[in-house]
Design a protein around this ligand. Structure first.
Ligand SMILES: NC(=O)c1ccc[n+]([C@@H]2O[C@H](COP(=O)([O-])OP(=O)(O)OC[C@H]3O[C@@H](n4cnc5c(N)ncnc54)[C@H](O)[C@@H]3O)[C@@H](O)[C@H]2O)c1
Length: 253
């Protein structure tokens, strides 16, 4: 296949779906990795309607054999893999006194192990194409996040992991970068905001110098850049897209 081939995990929602659409509009064939088969199939049909091409890849990112099989299926169809975006993730609140060992392990398995599995099974193909690997961490990957001990630890881990990929595989021509969104309007943040008190909601809103939350498409556009030739010298970069919320202490007056 002559066209760019991309894999997006967590492609059935939020940032992953916005990224899949943006990559398809660039002309890529996009593997849509998500847990729900019907959802992935429905979204592949939508991509076709907008002139793109999506390949549904039902898999749980926390199950290595499923991720391996999904990558193998995609490459069997396309014969190549150029662009990998690891967006699948989960979040829940809870200090270490509130959460169980099982909850901790489940979150690490999805957010951190899942990013490892994605990289592990796609890297052989990226080495051939000299492609790009982009993971989604969080503002909670570069600073503490009160009440989110497990999530924060997993997202710090993603940054260290991707930086190391940049060192290990940059010399072989693969660029690896990590994006750290602040609050972006997706089902994940909607659920979090709905669970907060009015005081917490006010805090999160007043913490952003640009005065609003981000849109999934704004993150997707940054991913388009990082995965293009325009970013040919970006490797190991930690790219904050958070309206300035991690730039320093800030409270809207
Ligand atoms: N929305 C925000 O405010 C925000 C902020 C910082 C970081 N992030 C990160 O951005 C990424 C995308 O999140 P989003 O906001 O688009 O949320 P979302 O809930 O809309 O999308 C997350 C996607 O990951 C998928 N997913 C979860 N567990 C999975 C599993 N075990 N196997 C396969 N897929 C799985 C979900 O099905 C969903 O499609 C996540 O890694 C999240 O941590 C989001």
């Amino acid at each position: 296949m002559d066209r760019e081939c991309a894999l997006v995990t967590g492609a059935t929602s939020g940032i992953g779906w916005a990224t899949a659409c943006a990559l398809a509009q660039r002309g890529a064939v996009v593997g849509l990795l998500g847990r729900r088969r019907e959802k992935a199939e429905g979204l592949a049909a939508i991509l076709r309607e907008i002139g793109g091409e999506g390949i549904p890849l039902p898999a749980d990112i926390g199950e290595p054999r499923q991720v391996e099989a999904a990558v193998a299926k995609l490459v069997a169809i396309t014969g190549r893999l150029d662009t990998v975006v690891a967006s699948a993730g989960m979040a829940f609140a809870g200090s270490i006194m509130d959460i169980t060992e099982e909850q901790w392990s489940r979150l690490m398995r999805v957010n951190l192990d899942g990013t490892f599995y994605t990289a592990r099974f796609t890297m052989p193909h990226l080495l051939k194409s000299k492609g790009t690997f982009t993971a989604i961490s969080s503002d909670a990957g570069v600073q503490g996040a009160p009440g989110y001990a497990a999530y924060c630890a997993s997202k710090h881990g993603v940054i260290g992991f991707v930086r190391t990929l940049a060192l290990d595989h940059g010399p072989q021509g693969v660029r690896s970068n990590v994006i750290c969104p602040g609050m972006v309007e997706t089902p994940m943040s909607d659920e979090a905001m709905a669970s907060y008190s009015e005081a917490e909601r006010t805090f999160y809103r007043s913490n952003v110098p640009l005065g609003r939350f981000g849109k999934p498409n704004e993150v997707a556009k940054a991913i388009l850049h990082l995965t293009s030739e325009d970013a040919s010298y970006s490797n190991g970069m930690v790219y904050s897209i958070d309206g300035g919320s991690t730039a320093g202490y800030f409270f809207a007056s």
